[in-house]
Design a protein around this ligand. Structure first.
Ligand SMILES: *Cc1c(COP(=O)(O)O)cnc(C)c1O
Length: 363
């Protein structure tokens, strides 16, 4: 038998997506589990997106529009930029991967924060780039320290703002000081998946920087506030020359036909986004109050999820699971004392709190 080895690939961090709810219910012999594990929109997809998908169904024998002409047109109007500024991806995840394909050679350096979104690490490793991992400061990206680690070999710098899983964000002043220190040859990627949920007033308008600088990429997703995680569609906004490189390494039909029409409809469904953001704010306020009264510490969030310091994260995750509440343990992020909980519908949030309380009372 011939040995099969995939040496460097075997070392790549594995993204663990968790099991489907139905499978967990079967394993644990429970019903009606509530999933607060993947930061999905608890209100579901935009109704206008669902209608667009229904209408487009009869056309799925055709290949999708490979250039994403209409969606890019809608995005260009939405952001006041041109079609050439946009690259569409099978989720933001693919846009991040395209950046790595296009710009990283083995041995190049990628600067990222410890405890940042795990996909940054994965795409760097796929390209055999060297990861320069900068510790967080107070669970927030330390942009000053990150700027210090940029060398002539640095090709990409990743900043998730707000960050997942910490829920923290960096402000305008810090970002501008940081950008002034990073040379043009390094691309700075701001991953703004949770942008709609941000409440801090000094959140930077990174798209505006694109008018003066060519080394900025902003990624946004349809997976969170727009409620389309299952369709897989996200986008990057960048200098048209940078976009041209990404489009060269992109698979021609990377975003499927239903995702394209759903995203276009969701973008225009302002009401659904507003409702989602409002629900998130109310859920957040409820959880803050409830956790305060249980005397359980948490990290104030700018996203649709909350990092909660429960003590033994793994044990609490399992105990919550047995009570039908699915959250994320954070050991893989080096936060063994925390779990991450997605802010859900009022009923789901209440079940999380009640289960947590019962566990802490030794129930
Ligand atoms: C959820 C999330 C995304 C979205 O990824 P998709 O591939 O678009 O689903 C991107 N970045 C971060 C930090 C996230 O948490």
């Amino acid at each position: 038998m011939r040995e099969r080895t995939a040496a460097p690939v075997g070392d790549i961090i594995y993204y663990d997506p968790g099991k489907p709810v139905e499978e967990l219910e079967r394993e644990l012999g429970i019903e009606g589990a509530v999933k607060l594990a993947s930061n999905e929109n608890p209100l579901g997809p935009s109704p206008r997106a669902m209608e667009a998908v229904r209408r487009a169904m009869s056309g799925v024998h055709r290949y999708p529009d490979g250039s994403g002409y209409y969606l890019k047109g809608a995005l260009a109007r939405h952001h006041g930029l041109s079609r050439g500024h946009f690259v569409l991806g099978n989720g933001t995840n693919e846009v991040l991967e395209l950046l790595a394909h296009a710009f990283l050679d083995p041995g190049d350096e990628v600067v990222l924060a410890e405890c940042a979104f795990v996909v940054f690490s994965i795409v760097a490793q796929l390209s055999r780039a060297r990861r320069v991992i900068v510790p967080l400061r107070g669970l927030t990206h330390d942009l000053g320290a990150m700027a210090e680690r940029v060398t002539e070999r640095t090709k990409l710098v990743f900043v998730a703002n707000p960050n997942n899983p910490t829920g923290t964000a960096v402000g305008r002043e810090e970002v501008e000081r940081f950008l002034a220190r990073v040379p043009e040859r390094a691309l700075v990627v701001f991953d703004e998946a949770y942008w709609h949920y941000v409440s801090r007033p000094d959140f930077p308008d990174t798209l505006a920087y694109l008018r003066e600088r060519r080394n900025i990429v902003v990624t946004r997703t349809f997976s969170k506030a727009y409620g389309l995680a299952g369709l897989r569609v996200g986008y990057g906004v960048m200098d048209p020359e940078v976009a041209g490189y990404l489009n060269r390494v992109r698979e021609p039909f990377n975003v499927n036909a239903l995702a394209l029409v759903a995203a276009e409809a969701a973008l225009e469904d302002v009401e659904h986004v507003e409702r989602s953001v409002r629900l998130n704010r109310e859920g957040k306020e409820y959880l803050y109050r409830a956790l305060d009264s249980l005397e359980v510490p948490f990290v104030p969030t700018e996203g649709n999820f909350l990092l909660v310091e429960v003590g033994d994260g793994r044990a609490t995750f399992e105990a919550l699971l047995r009570r039908g509440v699915i959250v994320r343990p954070m050991g893989g992020y080096g936060l063994p004392r925390h779990v991450r909980v997605t802010i859900g519908l009022p009923e789901g949030n209440r079940r999380f709190i009640e289960a947590l309380q019962a566990i802490r009372e030794g129930g």
